[in-house]
Write a protein that binds this ligand. Structure first.
Ligand SMILES: *Cc1c(COP(=O)(O)O)cnc(C)c1O
Length: 402
């Protein structure tokens, strides 16, 4: 196969991000296909015994087994790395496989981690229930509070882990400050960039070491497959993460990789259009709800910081209605166009009640600490005409008595 753009990073660097999203990591077979080929194969055959011996000895490049490498998966890895501006990327079966692999590869017994408080429920679960079993301790801080990050540093602190904007309160972490603080203390920063993607925010430019993804969300963008990705230095990805994945197996199926690869070609378009739609919808309903949590709106306390580090605010925002869970359910149940769903990043608009779904496991105290209120609704704004979305929310809020 011919790597038409693949490993030649000088070509990738010359291209602007939207071009990389369409072209980077395209390998062509001898058939000259324009669309990336889907290699549904677990194994590979070799011309002679020495060829395979050389590959197993690490003395020749080439495929060996799809737990190690697969051409479709490799194309996705090259494309994501190029889009992120990272030296290397490995993809995984899901966002949680990506987060777990990244943290297990970074931390050892006796190490300490500082994590942002507002986070995807399972990310908090890994810290409390997996890492803790291996003698890795952690401190949770309010990610918005720069001083709290510094105060939480211990001599054994090896990593900072956070998402920004965070789920579901949209808390924003100051990337430049927190990554700089970590650097100054020899601490590695792992950023979960699922809400923004490289189309809207590139944490490596602010000094992050590792960017990890649920590719299930905006990268696929059409709610089809689960996938994850971890980006970082060539040395860490290929020297540390890759051997871990080869031997433990949280790998991405070639089919799922292919779906995400095609999804990335429209990521820039979708991320920006969905951000615009989310702004329009947010502005239209802001006066109707008790509290709006939308980084793109001037009313958001961290609006300026969000706009400093993001190209656009993204498709997701939350709002709080008076009347708690009962009123929030009444609004959701009255929606006619927008689906009730806990997924995000989809081109279909989706609404969910975080307190009873994505953040149910945290319990009432955990939710109170994180600011996940009973009247909170999280909205993923899709690619529908925003006027239809506004009309739907307008009638649903009206029927719920708002
Ligand atoms: C969805 C999500 C995850 C988990 O990803 P999966 O692909 O569902 O495993 C992790 N972090 C954030 C911020 C997410 O939104």
């Amino acid at each position: 196969m011919k790597r038409t753009t693949g490993l030649d990073r000088s070509v990738n660097r010359k291209w602007r991000p939207a071009t990389r999203a369409v072209r980077a990591g395209t390998w062509r077979s001898e058939q000259g296909e324009t669309s990336e080929a889907l290699f549904l194969t677990s194994g590979y055959a070799y011309d002679d015994a020495q060829t395979v011996a050389d590959r197993f000895a690490g003395e020749a490049s080439g495929m060996q087994y799809s737990r190690f490498q697969n051409p479709t998966v490799a194309m996705l890895e090259e494309r994501i790395a190029a889009m992120e501006g990272a030296e290397a990327c490995k993809v995984q079966a899901s966002g949680m496989a990506a987060m777990t692999s990244a943290l297990l590869c970074m931390l050892s017994s006796g190490d300490h981690l500082v994590a942002g408080r507002a986070a995807f429920g399972s990310c908090r679960w890994i810290l409390a229930n997996v890492l803790s079993r291996f003698g890795i301790t952690h401190t949770v801080v309010d990610g918005r509070d720069n001083a709290a990050w510094e105060a939480a540093i211990q001599p054994s602190t090896k990593a900072f882990f956070f998402e920004t904007p965070a789920n579901p309160t949209l808390d924003v972490v100051d990337l430049e400050y927190v990554c700089g603080l970590a650097r100054a203390h020899g601490i590695k920063t792992v950023v979960d960039n699922a809400f923004a993607t490289s189309a809207l925010q590139r944490p490596l430019e602010f000094g992050a070491d590792i960017v990890a993804y649920s590719a299930t969300k905006l990268m696929d963008g059409q709610g089809r497959v689960l996938a994850g990705a971890v980006c970082g230095s060539d040395e860490w990805i290929n020297g540390t993460l890759s051997p871990f994945q080869r031997n433990t197996g949280p790998i991405c199926s070639p089919f799922n990789a292919w779906v995400v690869l095609k999804g990335l070609e429209t990521l820039d378009l979708r991320a920006h259009r969905q951000s615009e739609n989310a702004l329009e919808v947010g502005r239209a309903i802001e006066g109707r709800v008790a509290r709006m949590l939308h980084p793109g709106l001037p009313s958001f306390p961290q609006h300026n910081l969000a706009m400093k580090q993001m190209d656009a605010a993204g498709p997701i925002f939350s709002f709080v209605v008076d009347g708690g869970r009962e009123r929030a359910f009444a609004v959701l149940d009255a929606l006619e166009l927008i689906d009730i769903s806990n997924n995000i990043g989809d081109s279909k608009s989706l609404a969910c009640h975080p307190a009873s779904t994505t953040h149910h496991n945290m319990g009432p105290e955990g939710r109170a600490e994180m600011g996940v209120e009973e009247g909170m609704i999280r909205l993923n704004v899709g690619l529908e005409d925003p006027r239809d979305l506004i009309e739907d929310l307008d009638q649903a809020l009206g029927r719920a008595g708002l």
